[in-house]
Design a protein around this ligand. Structure first.
Ligand SMILES: *Cc1c(COP(=O)(O)O)cnc(C)c1O
Length: 455
């Protein structure tokens, strides 16, 4: 008989991973390289180093080293809030009356309220090590900006955040958290950058988008001495840092001899999902085990399920390198869905390639059904989930209900990426019954994809 499984499987401090796992090393079909938009050739280390910190640029290009050591300074910071618990959702299982065993890896146990701190601290560390003065970035919903502000405060770096205007106005408390950690926060599009002024002139009164804020942050970084740009998802380096989630999950499961049947994660830019699944995908790639892996995206921003696998711009201003990914087109402006962290038009090139190779599956969920799942989870498990995370909850619940019908005792593991305390405006709409479900038409997506570069 297996050991009785506790509500929370905690690991010891010494079980925090000491290496990140680079799944690209085990992939037969490597993700396509980033291209220089000017030359159409793969970005070189020197070119990438103009935008990103050098060591991070090296990680971005590294498709051969299976393990990359986590520096001591980052490990020390991880110890403040890791290992994060893997929770057996006994109460949810009971409410669903399912024979399935549901587990979630909870990443909301830090002030940023999400997994994003795992990469923010790594990126701030490498910036500091390189002797930089500061970093710039964009933030949509605000979790990434908050995480980066915390990380920069820890290492004494300047942090300049371009925050999508609509969030800046709707989420004043997020903004104040960032400012408390010492960051400067500018609503985007702003008049501080050339690209911001251009977008403001072209679309007067626009409330901004993530792609546009990225363009501003990149411009601010490359035009200010001693600054580099950092990004909270999408890039392979970010996915690499997020593998602490999957590595800890695997250690915790192994401790109790639990074999996951199904692994579910929400997918915005793909870094949390990629980080959660990497060690498991690694086993699949090496032929050691099999898992059913499901990426969940909003029906309003369906890059994997309805996008195309092509080279595209990563930002509206078209200043970033080109990435081959599942994309809806860089000009795609998703409807004002409340899962701000899932509103990006593209998808991590690693996740895109794994999906294209059939190693992972994808599903969409509509906004109101996501909030229904969020509410059910909050009522049973106590945690008020982020709208983004609730996409994974929704599919985990669906699958657990299927198990009830088939009588299967599946082990379902999902990533609970964060808490939703700053999303109460969204919860209010849900509670008031005024929340809508926008799904883009085929024509809308086709029109947006027309503007992708021809490569
Ligand atoms: C940013 C964010 C996401 C999206 O993560 P990706 O790694 O970009 O897919 C999901 N959940 C929460 C709580 C977030 O803050």
């Amino acid at each position: 008989m297996s050991k009785e499984i506790p509500y929370k499987i905690y690991l010891e401090e010494k079980e925090i991973p000491r290496y990140w796992y680079n799944v690209r090393a085990d992939m037969q079909n490597k993700p396509a390289p980033l291209l220089n938009p000017a030359t159409g050739k793969p970005m070189t280390l020197d070119e990438l180093s103009g935008v990103f910190c050098r060591e991070l640029a090296m990680q971005e290009l590294n498709v051969t080293d299976t393990y990359i050591e986590i520096p001591e300074e980052i490990s020390s910071f991880y110890k403040m809030y890791r290992p994060s618990p893997l929770v057996r959702a006994y109460c949810l299982e009971k409410a669903l009356d399912t024979p399935a065993h549901i587990y979630y890896k909870f990443e909301g146990n830090n002030t940023s309220g999400s997994h994003k701190l795992n990469s923010a601290i790594a990126q701030a560390y490498y910036a500091k090590k390189q002797g930089l003065k500061g970093v710039t970035t964009e933030t949509g919903a605000g979790q990434w900006g908050t995480a980066l502000s915390m990380a920069c405060a820890y290492f004494g770096l300047d942090c300049k955040v371009f925050m999508v205007k609509v969030s800046y106005e709707q989420k004043p408390f997020r903004r104040e958290v960032m400012r408390t950690y010492g960051a400067s926060v500018t609503p985007s599009p702003s008049m501080e950058t050339e690209v911001g002024r251009k977008i403001n002139a072209e679309f007067p009164g626009t409330t901004g988008s993530l792609g546009c804020a990225i363009s501003e942050a990149v411009e601010a970084a490359v035009s200010t001495d001693g600054y580099r740009y950092v990004l909270g998802s999408v890039l392979s380096q970010v996915l690499l840092h997020q593998t602490v989630i999957g590595l800890e999950t695997k250690t915790a499961l192994d401790k109790y001899g639990i074999k996951a049947d199904m692994i579910i994660g929400c997918a915005g830019g793909g870094s949390n999902l990629g980080g959660l699944i990497s060690p498991f995908v690694g086993e699949m790639l090496r032929g050691e085990a099999d898992y059913e892996i499901i990426a969940v995206e909003p029906a309003s921003c369906p890059s994997l399920t309805r996008g195309k696998y092509i080279y595209d711009f990563c930002d509206t201003g078209k200043v970033c390198p080109l990435a081959k990914m599942y994309t809806l087109g860089s000009g795609f402006i998703p409807a004002p869905n409340h899962a701000g962290g899932l509103r990006y038009h593209g998808m991590s090139s690693v996740v895109s390639q794994l999906y294209d190779d059939g190693l992972i599956h994808a599903r969409t969920a509509k906004q109101t059904e996501v909030f229904e799942a969020a509410q059910q989870f909050a009522k049973t498990e106590g945690i008020l989930p982020a709208p983004e995370s609730s996409h994974a909850i929704k599919v985990a619940i669906d699958e657990a209900i299927k198990c009830k019908e088939t009588g299967e005792e599946k082990n379902i593991v999902f990533g609970l990426t964060g808490t939703g305390y700053f999303d109460m405006y969204a919860y209010k709409q849900f509670n008031d019954g005024t929340m809508t479900n926008y799904v883009p038409s085929d024509e809308e997506i086709a029109a947006s994809l027309k503007n992708c570069p021809k490569i």
